[in-house]
Design a protein around this ligand. Structure first.
Ligand code: ADP
Ligand code: MG
Length: 238
């Protein structure tokens, strides 16, 4: 049983076909990095998986359940965006507990979940602060914490570190790796950073022009790119 299966997924905006038949199997606990040039459809694919956009055709299965037509809240997926989208007028605690409150969890239960996630991410001492009082890295951790509290079946990350400076990106990369090991969750991680993909992923999926160009273990792609495009993107220097 795979954690997620995508079958011939297509998405058009008007006349333009942005996803041109994407098929992908993701195992339980697998960390998949999704890479490819700007505009190739990575964010669109994540938005379809999360249910934020409707597929034109094709199917998405989560734990063997067809979720293609289900609204986002019934898919049990959490997404972490590049711009974090934190609520500026809410504390870290309230930001992290927001989705649990929406779904009607009891206050004690929300606090317990938020404090657990804060512990995992080293945010315990920041729970009463507001987003404006946090550094970029701390905001990124809050955005991740907001995803963790829901114990989702699947995590989707859309270039979560791209707004951070290079040094912090390297540090957060280590944290995300540790988080994946600790939670054992299935994660799909979009990045334009080749080294990030190589160090984090069990498998790298390379997209171009709305299609999957190649997929495989990081070193396989690095050593044996299927074509010049993948080679140029990920391959070892000739
Ligand atoms: P990536 O994340 O790989 O950079 P995107 O998935 O954001 O690429 O976008 C892929 C293409 O789809 C782009 O050409 C973009 O302009 C187009 N696109 C994305 N969302 C919409 C939309 N809501 N309406 C029309 N075109 C869109
Ligand atoms: Mg994008």
């Amino acid at each position: 049983m795979s954690s997620m299966k995508i079958d011939t997924l297509r998405k058009s905006f008007g006349e333009l076909e942005i996803l041109r038949g994407i098929s992908l199997d993701v195992r339980h606990g697998e960390f998949v990095a999704l890479v490819g040039p700007s505009g190739c459809g990575k964010s669109t694919l994540l938005r379809l998986i999360a249910g934020l956009e409707a597929a034109t055709s094709g199917h998405i299965f989560i734990d063997d359940r067809d979720v293609t037509r289900l609204p986002p809240k019934e898919r049990d997926i959490a997404m972490v965006f590049q711009n974090y989208a934190l609520y500026p007028h809410l504390t870290v605690r309230a930001n992290m507990g927001f989705s649990l409150k929406l779904r009607g969890d009891a206050k004690d239960q929300i606090n317990k979940k938020v404090e657990e996630a804060a512990g995992v991410l080293g945010l315990e001492h920041l729970l009463d602060r507001y987003p404006g009082q946090l550094s970029g890295g701390q905001r990124q951790r809050v955005a991740t914490g907001r995803a963790i509290v829901r114990d989702p079946k699947l995590f989707l990350f859309d270039e979560p570190l791209s707004n951070l400076d290079a040094k912090l990106r390297v540090q957060m990369r280590t944290e995300i790796k540790a988080l994946h090991q600790r939670l054992g969750s299935t994660m799909i991680y979009v990045t334009h950073d080749q080294i990030e993909a190589m160090t984090l992923a069990d498998r790298i999926v390379v997209m171009q022009g709305g299609r999957i160009e190649q997929e495989g273990a990081p070193l396989d792609l690095y050593d044996r790119p299927a074509n010049a495009f993948v080679g140029g993107f990920l391959g070892s220097p000739a």
